[in-house]
Design a protein. Structure first.
Length: 161
């Protein structure tokens, strides 16, 4: 009996059949999570680029059609259309700086010795859902802090004077 067991263990030690399948089974969860993470990252980066381009397009429009007041409503509409978001996700600031100090009134003038600079700033920000439920997996693993939404922001600033 002892000879049979020793012979079986020697044969089992030399047998390499199924080793690749075992390696695949052990690495599959890691590769799966890595692939899903790359898909989510791709969509987030793509959305960020879209928001950045929409904000840049809006500041280009502001540069072409320069504002006379601090009312940026027409720019909010341009950004909203370009990014495909709600107006509440767009922030437009039109402001004056005198020697680098921000002024409260866009239409005022700087002192003769100060250098005036007028700016238009556009920020587009929205919460985007992930394509994979990371919070569920985090709770299974006992980890907190994951969310199913990510805040994505794109912005642009242009000096118009």
């Amino acid at each position: 009996m002892r000879g049979i067991i020793l012979s079986f263990t020697r044969r089992l030690r030399r047998d390499e059949k199924g080793f690749g399948a075992m390696e695949l089974a052990l690495s599959f969860p890691f590769v799966l999570f890595l692939s899903l993470g790359m898909v989510d990252a791709f969509f987030m980066v793509s959305t960020k680029i879209d928001y950045e381009q929409a904000a840049q397009q809006t500041t280009d429009f502001a540069y072409a059609k320069r504002p006379n007041t601090a009312d940026g409503t027409y720019l909010v509409n341009v950004a909203k259309a370009a990014a495909g978001v709600e107006a509440s996700n767009v922030t437009v600031e039109i402001f004056l700086e005198c020697d680098g100090v921000r002024q409260s009134d866009f239409t005022s003038t700087c002192a003769v010795s100060e250098i005036p600079a007028r700016f238009v700033s556009v920020e587009i920000a929205a919460d985007q859902p992930t394509h994979f439920d990371w919070a569920a997996w985090a709770s299974i693993l006992g980890v907190r802090g994951f969310s199913n939404t990510v805040r994505i922001t794109g912005d642009s600033l242009v000096r118009i004077q």
